[in-house]
Design a protein around this ligand. Structure first.
Ligand SMILES: Nc1ncnc2c1ncn2[C@@H]1O[C@H](COP(=O)(O)OP(=O)(O)OP(=O)(O)O)[C@@H](O)[C@H]1O
Ligand SMILES: [Mg+2]
Length: 450
């Protein structure tokens, strides 16, 4: 589904012919906004003499999914910092002045590679969530949510997902799509809060040529591009009132009008919406249309905050330790038991996103081989101030070693027992002695047969 559509970040001529759709972002900030609203396969960076390499580096680290082609002044292309940036992040580069034909070739090649990856199911994840990711966790709350997702996925009515920031609403939406009969169709995410008010109507509904200054070509909107799949309207509470009416019409009639268009276009896309604000209250305040609220709130899902699923904390921390394994400092092998305790005791107001950030930071910054509470930016759990009796110290050390091994082994008894140099039966006995809940035996049995 790759078209000749390019995100062009920076200022200057690009010299691309009219049959290429060029989305212009004058600054890196604008580029970020575009990419948050809509992933793109290929990007063009127009770099100027005065541009800061560190800014571009940060941008490209964050937005690694598109194939980037850069055009920069020859003087910068000779500097080591810029050369490293090109080598690390770009599929190709050119120097000013533009050789239009070469650039067209490079971008065409990048589009071809993107289409190839897409066709093989290898398209890099958009910035805000991986396509194959799924809600990890074994707590009762997340197990219940997964069951609800499967049920909701089979139906075709709109879904409304509520949850605190960073709790996993988008991931839940992706799971709904992935379990639905539409899974082969596109999943099109759009953050209603991230797109400037004057752009959102044409982004969502598209526009006809000449609809407004700068509308040089007909353009399909995001709803149309979700044909046969699902559209995910994130932060739906931020949708301006007048667009709420248009969305309501789409939900009722399954047709849209492009901006400046008179022809109604039938679109078969399922709406999944999410909000971190309570929409019922927004309705009472007059900030959200009541009729739209009832249309959307047919199938509701609540994503519980992390503090209500404490059992997921350590498995999730481990999960992210492995997911971001390539970033860790080579000496860092896992979490200390004090770090595990600090993770359990923290309240996680930023939910899973906060956990990811703290774990990633700790994996890079930790000085020892095991992550400590301070590496996570968390308070160390208090230690007893009274001197320990030798027996107490032994018991505590034994418990810490068991905790750390279970963490390293992803709660797998067989692996943890091997790690500790004891038999599985001994480990079960020790777990009972220390009052540690034994992990499920299903994963244990699986590991034994591997
Ligand atoms: N249960 C989970 N298992 C694995 N990863 C998770 C889980 N929940 C959330 N994540 C990850 O945490 C991050 C935040 O999740 P997501 O973007 O879905 O949250 P959100 O509720 O949409 O956040 P926001 O309100 O900030 O938009 C993402 O990287 C997501 O992949
Ligand atoms: Mg979100």
């Amino acid at each position: 589904m790759t078209t000749k559509s390019i995100l062009c970040v920076g200022t200057g001529e690009h010299g691309l012919p009219a049959d290429w759709e060029v989305i212009r972002a004058g600054t890196l900030a604008e580029g970020r906004r575009h990419l948050q609203a809509r992933p793109c396969a290929v990007g063009l960076l127009l770099v100027r003499e005065t541009d800061d390499c560190a800014d571009f580096n940060a941008f490209l680290h964050e937005h690694y999914a598109p194939h980037w082609v850069a055009v920069l002044p020859p003087s910068l292309a000779a500097q080591p910092a810029w050369r490293r940036l090109l080598a690390d992040h770009c599929a190709d580069y050119h120097t000013w002045p533009l050789d239009h034909q070469r650039l067209r070739h490079a971008l065409g090649h990048a589009l071809g590679m993107a289409a190839l990856r897409d066709g093989l199911g290898l398209a890099l994840a958009p910035v805000r969530g991986a396509g194959n990711a799924t809600l990890t966790g074994q707590s009762d709350a997340i197990t219940r949510l997964r069951r609800q997702i499967v049920k909701v996925a089979a139906a075709s009515a709109p879904v409304l997902i509520w949850g605190e920031s960073g709790s996993g609403k988008e991931l839940a939406a992706q799971d709904v799509h992935a379990h639905s009969p539409r899974r082969k169709g596109p999943f099109v995410p759009i953050n209603c809060g991230a797109i400037p008010a004057q752009l959102i109507q044409s982004e969502l509904f598209g526009h006809e040529r000449g609809a407004f200054t700068g509308a040089a070509r007909d353009k399909r909107g995001l709803i149309e591009s979700a044909q046969g799949g699902s559209i995910f309207l994130d932060e739906i509470g931020d949708l301006p009132m007048e667009l709420q009416a248009n969305l309501l019409r789409f939900l009722q009639e399954k047709t849209i009008y492009r901006v400046g268009g008179t022809r109604s276009i039938a679109v078969d896309a399922r709406v999944i919406a999410a909000s971190h604000v309570n929409l019922a209250q927004a309705v009472r305040r007059g900030a959200f249309r009541e009729d739209l609220y009832y249309r959307l709130n047919v199938l509701a899902l609540d994503v519980p905050p992390l503090r209500e699923r404490k059992d997921d904390l350590l498995p999730l921390a481990e999960h992210f330790f492995h997911t971001f394994g390539s970033e860790r400092a080579p000496r860092v092998k896992g979490f200390s038991s004090r770090a595990a305790q600090a993770i359990r005791e923290h309240d996680w107001p930023g939910n899973v996103r906060e956990l990811i950030n703290r774990v990633r930071r700790a994996m890079v910054m930790a000085e020892g081989s095991l992550i400590q509470p301070r590496d996570l930016g968390l308070e160390a759990p208090p230690t007893a101030s009274a001197p320990l009796q030798l027996d107490d110290a032994r018991i505590r050390a034994e418990r810490d070693a068991i905790d750390a091994s279970l963490l390293r082994a992803g709660s797998n008894i067989t692996l943890a027992a091997r790690d500790l140099g004891v038999s599985r039966m001994t480990l079960y006995r020790l777990l009972a002695k220390h009052g540690i809940t034994a992990p499920s035996r299903a994963s244990d049995t699986r590991a034994q047969s591997e």
